[in-house]
Design a protein around this ligand. Structure first.
Ligand code: G3P
Length: 217
């Protein structure tokens, strides 16, 4: 499973990237707002930090506007992935951009049929929003299961990018179902490593080690 970090905070991205565990970054207009920075400037900086794909979202809602914005975003760096909504115009733009050799990410996916259409449009990634489905009282993870079945039925190459991840359990469940990627907020990504028994065991080992009076090397 690949890990993307879901943020436009360059300090967080740099810190997580240094672990060698980061495969890419996703941003969206809300995350750009949160960063307080200019989209072109912050996206360029992010693209310089990570080698993997960096999703940047168009904000136009018509095909021509999306194509115009996509071309501007694509010029920022070679690792830009264009994020588009699953509307008719968005899917048309996705098909065209994919054909032109760009990576694409169809975002705001809330149904298996949207995911089916995104795959037919050649999307590199489909982003089902797990947490937001949970928010309305429906089991978000079931959407990942449905998309996995459909994509495997037809051998679609579009990667399932589990998004709107809010908890460490979301990450585990998405991995068990076979999502190709999870895009995770920095705090949740860091929380994946945590286990109280690891902390307790480490404390005990260090205490015993100190009693040996030895040093390694
Ligand atoms: O990747 C999509 C993500 O940013 C949405 O997350 O928590 O705003 O639903 P959230």
């Amino acid at each position: 499973m690949k890990f993307f970090v879901d943020t436009a905070d360059v300090d967080e991205i740099r810190e997580i990237n240094e672990t060698g565990l980061l495969d890419g970054v996703t941003t969206n207009p809300s995350l750009i707002l949160k960063s307080g920075r200019d989209i072109t400037e912050v996206t360029r900086e992010i693209c310089g930090i990570v080698d993997g794909p960096v999703s940047a979202e168009v904000t136009a809602t018509d095909f021509d506007g999306m194509m115009r914005e996509a071309k501007v975003l694509a010029k920022i760096a070679d690792n830009i992935c264009i994020k588009l909504p699953p509307t008719m115009d968005g899917l048309k733009a996705c098909k065209k951009l994919t054909g032109d050799g760009h990576k694409t990410n169809v975002t705001l996916c809330f149904s298996a049929n949207q995911a089916l259409l995104a795959a037919k449009a050649g999307a590199t990634y489909i982003s089902p929003f797990i947490g937001r489905i949970d928010d309305i009282g429906i089991e978000g993870m079931e959407l990942i299961e449905e998309i996995r079945i459909i994509y495997d039925n037809y051998d679609f190459q579009t990667e399932i990018l589990a998004a709107s991840i809010r908890t460490v359990n979301h990450v585990k469940e998405a991995a068990m179902i076979g999502a190709d990627v999870a895009t995770v907020p920095p705090a949740t990504l860091k929380a994946l490593v945590k286990h109280p028994l690891t902390d307790k065991g480490l404390d005990a080992f260090l205490a015993d080690w100190a009693k040996t009076g030895q040093k390694i090397g």
